[in-house]
Design a protein around this ligand. Structure first.
Ligand SMILES: C=C(O[C@@H]1C=C(C(=O)O)C=C[C@H]1O)C(=O)O
Length: 97
């Protein structure tokens, strides 16, 4: 019976740890997305493309090196999160100083 309570407590403790890690991951993703958006806006503002596939390939490799094959879909989701929607012509005109 005591063992059962210990196991429940350990699981609860570990879940709180996971909740804390998830909160940090979400905050880091929001920061990443903000910085990525700034780069994309600067590039578009100077006549460049929104996305740069060579750079995205570097990011993909980093996740694959760190996490193995399971890193691939994670990197793709991160890149999808950070790529803004393709802007309309009107937005591009309004964004220009
Ligand atoms: C942020 C950039 O722009 C885009 C977004 C990327 C990202 O979120 O990692 C990577 C390449 C680009 O497609 C960049 O060029 O570094």
């Amino acid at each position: 019976m005591n063992d059962h309570i210990d196991v429940k407590d350990r699981i609860e403790g570990d879940r709180r740890a996971i909740d804390g890690l998830d909160a940090r991951i979400i905050e880091l993703l929001a920061q990443r997305s903000h910085i990525s958006d700034r780069i994309q806006k600067n590039r578009i503002g100077s006549g460049g493309p929104r996305t740069v596939l060579a750079r995205e390939a570097e990011v993909l490799s980093r996740y694959q090196d760190g996490l193995g094959p399971k890193g691939t879909p994670i990197a793709m989701s991160v890149l999808r999160l950070c790529r803004g929607a393709v802007p309309t012509d009107a937005q591009l005109t309004n964004d220009r100083p």
